[in-house]
Unconditional design. Structure first.
Length: 145
């Protein structure tokens, strides 16, 4: 099946480790991102298999972390919430000068509900990356888990 895709990228004037602290800690997402609330199902952890959730408006999305390479890469899938099939997202961090290049991308099946989600996420992803850059550059401290 054909796939839909969104992505956003930018450079933060902060070390990859500082950006990672924000990306890897779902408890902190509501501090720096567009989410109303966020956290974990079960215990908070940083690694593959972790189930995390974020509420954006009236929608709560549940995600499962598939891969985690600290300060480099986070891959996750949507378990429930937004109506997408075979959703796979990846956050990639790499050193760029004295800062960090950030790329946040996702792909999923081209279904009718998936197309509706695509329209919204094309705007949301750049907002998320912009807010992540601002938080990393202004030293936002992630919530303690």
């Amino acid at each position: 099946m054909a796939q839909l895709h969104v992505e956003a990228e930018g450079v933060a004037q902060a070390a990859p480790e500082a950006v990672w602290q924000l990306v890897a800690n779902a408890d902190s997402y509501q501090q720096w991102g567009p989410w109303n609330a966020s956290g974990y199902q079960g215990r908070a952890a940083d690694g593959a298999g972790v189930i995390r959730w974020m509420r954006y408006g009236r929608t709560t999305t549940v995600e499962k972390v598939l891969e985690s390479e600290p300060a480099r890469r986070l891959v996750y899938t949507v378990v429930k919430g937004i109506p997408v099939r075979n959703y796979r997202a990846e956050v990639t961090l790499r050193p760029e000068g004295e800062g960090t290049y950030i790329r946040w991308s996702a792909s999923w099946d081209r279904t009718v509900p998936g197309r509706i989600v695509h329209r919204r996420l094309r705007a949301v992803y750049p907002d998320i990356v912009g807010r992540l850059i601002a938080a990393a550059e202004h030293g936002v401290r992630p919530a303690q888990t």
